[in-house]
Structures are given as C-alpha cells and as structure tokens.
Ligand binder design. Structure first.
Ligand code: F0G
Length: 458
C-alpha cells in the first residue's frame, strides 16, 4: 500500500484556542460593527485573516533568537541574514526593514516620483498605496484569465506581455521600473511562470527598464514552477529561486510570509545605484543600515526561516494543506478562484450569495456568515476593500468580490481544514435563504475595510 502524505515536521509547542457559542459570536460581531478586523483575536476559533506574520517558527528559528546580536552597527545577525539572502537570490546589496511595506517605502522614496507609472501584475494594496501616495500610477497588466474564477490554468498570476509592452511603448518615459508580484496575492495567490518572468525581462531589456520583484511569497512561487512548469521537476527550490531572481534587478520582501517570521522585511538588489539611493531613506525611516527596524534576533530567525522555507518538503506540506482545503470545497461544490493558490483559498462570494446585491457586499456578508457559523475569521478581498473611486466617490464594483481564507504556515492541522470546509458547507447549504447583506454606517476615506462600521440588513 502506498503510504499517505504527512507533514514534514512534528509539533513541539501548542497554543490553546477556544470555541465559542453562536450567541457569543452574535454579540461580539455586533460590537465589532460587523467588521472582523474589529474583533479581538480571542473571539476567533480559527484565524484565517492573513498568512502574514502568523506562521509558526521552527525550533531552529527559536534557537536562533537566543543567538541574535543586538549591536547597533555591524551586528553579526545582519551579516548572517545578508549572506543568506545573497546565496538565495544572488543580490549583492541588502537593506533590512521592519516589514514589506517599509521596504516599499524606502525603495520607492528613491525610485517613484509624481507622474510615474509602475506597470506589473496586480499590485498589493500597500504597494499601490506607496505608488499612488507619490502621485504616481499603479498599472495592472495581469492576464485577463485571472478574473475568471472558474478557469483552471497553471500560472494565473502572470503578467500579460502585450499589455506590458503597450504600456512601455505609450508611457515608457514615465516608467521607473516594472513590478512583478510573486505569487500574485490579489489574483488569489496565483503563481507566475519562469517563462513569463523571462518574457518580462526581455521586454524590460528591450525598453531599457529595470525589473523589481515583490517577493513576499517567492518560495511558494518556486514550488509551483517546480511542480507545474516543464523542465523544472528536477531542479531544487533554491535553484529555481536563484533563476527567478536572476531575471530581476532587485526585490522587496515582506519576510512575514515566506520568511516565516512574525515581523521583518528587506530590500535586496544587484544595482549599486538603487542601494546608494535607498540607503539614506532606510536611515531616515527605519534605522541604521545593519538593522533597519529589525531586532538582531529577528534577523537571525529570518536567515534560518528563509533557508528552511526554500526546501521542498516544507513547501510541499504547506501547499498541499491549502490544496486539501480546496479539495474539500470541491466535494461540497463551493466555488473559489481555481486552481487553489499558494497561501489561501479565495471563495467567489458572488457565486455563493447570488441573492445579495453587490451594493450590499456579498463577500463581506459571507465573511460574517462564516464567523457566525463557526468562529472562523476570513477576510473580504472585494468591493469593500476596493474603496471608492477617488474622483466619482462611487463604490468600485468592477473587480472580484472574494472571501479570502489565508492559511498560516505550520499552524493548523488538516482537522482544522475539515472544520473550515464543513462550516462553509453549512453556510453554502442555506445560501438561498441569505438575501440581504450589509450597509455602511461609517467609513474612512481610504483603506476603509480596516475600520468600516456596518449594519446588517434583514
Ligand atoms: N506585498 C505583498 C504581495 C503582500 O501580500 C503584502 C502583505 C505586502 C507586500 C506588504 O507586506 O504586510 O509586511 O508590510 N500582505 C498581507 C496580507 C498583509 O494579508 O496579504 P507587509
């Protein structure tokens, strides 16, 4: 008999979590104005709000914490981190930052100016924020297929080379660099193929532009290249990562994802001019160049985490868990962005709550229903998050309306996945009876989803 698959680790420390009653959850959610960001974490049984900073460190990483060098300048832990990043990516220059958006802030302070256009596949919210905040434009050149949730293709996070080339032709002089987000979080944790990265590089060279990778989930992307792209099955994750980064000029990294630390980030680049240009902003915003907002111990843990999470077994355990949840949803007929992504399942709320009008926010309604059903906290990546159009002040309904179930790394077991799937099934089974959603009672002008106050309609 073939042996079944099992995790590539065992558990040394546990953290109790608590179930609640539906009555308690009704009360808590009402107090939170039907916004799950406003709940206390203790009011949540299974927390899928993000995979960022929520992973479980290994025994080696915890041991590394004790070895952290907290020297202000020239700490050993910085050099260990730098050497690891150099080995994994080939990038010579490294600037640590306290998280991913800080890396964006530091690098973009040097690279992005008013009137610029930054083309790429779907920019993450904070990335977009750092571009738009500088009165520049984030131009989404993701392939159209990414918007068809039921279409199954292996690299749904890809950049559309035709769209990118048009941008380069028409707006070339305003483009400081091309940005590729690996994996494409916004499109559903979907990977970008090596072939596509090569095409982007060729266009960049043709038009004389540099390429930056937003690399928060680069190891998961490398896993998908290994398992889905022809010619890569025999290569190691580390070899694939090196080849990917060989096609870029630099990277920003939120280390809270594939670095498996609770806090941290960095910029890495082969370009001396980027390093020289950005380093002053690091000192100004983050800290001196050999810690940039990170503790020495956290740099130590990050160096170890990056090494561990570019090993196949660790990634296989992780991605297979996400796929396991997807398979359960398939059994129950629940529609999500196909195929399953690397870090999350994105349930297609408009296909589930077909009676809830878009003006009443179907994905947020589904988020609420799932929490009330079982204390599971997902997060809306949809019409609420999309904010209003800055000019017309109308809600933006042109994107997808999804409920993201982000799976923390090495935290929950497949039994938890069973609970998540069953809870969703229960909501799905009564979907015909859910006809009303929510109404906005109060909202902030920007990034409203974190603080929005909602009322349930009935
Ligand atoms: N880039 C991508 C692709 C991200 O997903 C994130 C964060 C960032 C940059 C910013 O990094 O949080 O360390 O400042 N994504 C988290 C999420 C918050 O839930 O998807 P950060």
């Amino acid at each position: 008999m073939e042996l079944p698959f099992a995790e590539s680790w065992k558990i040394k420390m546990v953290e109790p979590i608590r179930k609640s009653t539906r009555q308690e959850r009704e009360q808590w959610l009402k107090e939170a104005h039907y916004n799950v960001f406003q709940l206390r974490a203790e009011q949540v049984y299974i927390d899928l709000i993000t995979d960022s900073g929520t992973g479980a460190m290994s025994d080696r990483q915890w041991a590394g914490l004790m070895m952290g060098d907290e020297s202000y300048a020239g700490a050993r832990s910085f050099f260990r981190l730098k050497d690891t990043i150099r080995r994994l990516t080939g990038f010579e220059y490294v600037i640590p930052t306290h998280q991913g958006r800080a890396a964006e802030n530091v690098l973009f302070s040097y690279l992005v100016h008013e009137g610029d256009v930054v083309p790429g596949n779907s920019h993450f919210d904070t990335t977009k924020g750092h571009i738009e905040g500088r009165k520049a434009k984030a131009l989404d050149c993701t392939i159209d297929e990414a918007r068809q949730t039921q279409l199954e293709i292996p690299f749904k996070g890809n950049v559309d080379p035709a769209k990118l080339e048009r941008a380069l032709q028409e707006q070339g002089e305003h483009i400081p660099f091309i940005l590729v987000t690996i994996t494409n979080n916004t499109a559903g944790g979907q990977p970008v193929s090596m072939q596509n990265l090569r095409e982007v590089r060729a266009l960049a060279d043709k038009y004389g532009k540099p390429v930056l990778f937003d690399s928060a989930r680069f190891a998961e992307n490398a896993y998908f290249i290994k398992t889905r792209e022809e010619g890569y099955a025999g290569k190691s994750i580390k070899e694939i990562a090196r080849e990917m980064f060989g096609l870029a000029d630099g990277m920003t990294m939120s280390a809270k994802k594939d670095g498996i630390v609770n806090m941290g980030g960095f910029i890495a680049t082969r370009r001396e001019d980027w390093y020289e240009g950005a380093k002053g902003y690091c000192v100004q915003y983050e800290g001196y160049l050999t810690y940039g907002g990170m503790n020495g111990r956290d740099m130590e843990a990050l160096a170890i985490g990056l090494d561990e999470n570019t090993e196949f077994d660790n990634l296989e355990t992780r991605i297979r868990q996400v796929a396991y949840l997807a398979q359960k949803l398939d059994e129950y007929g629940i529609p999500y962005q196909r195929p399953a992504g690397g870090h999350a399942i994105f349930v297609d709320a408009t296909r589930v709550l077909t009676h809830v009008p878009r003006e009443e926010f179907p994905a947020q309604t589904l988020t609420i229903e799932l929490y009330l059903e079982a204390g599971i906290r997902g997060c809306e990546i949809g019409y609420l998050l999309a904010d209003r159009d800055p000019m017309t002040r109308q809600n933006r309904f042109d994107g997808l309306d999804l409920l993201r179930l982000a799976i923390p790394r090495r935290v929950y077991t497949d039994n938890h996945m069973n609970v998540i799937a069953a809870a969703l099934k229960n909501v799905y089974d009564r979907r015909e009876s859910i006809t009303r959603g929510v109404r906005i009672a109060w909202e902030a002008p920007l990034m409203r989803h974190f603080t929005v106050q909602l009322e349930r309609l009935s």
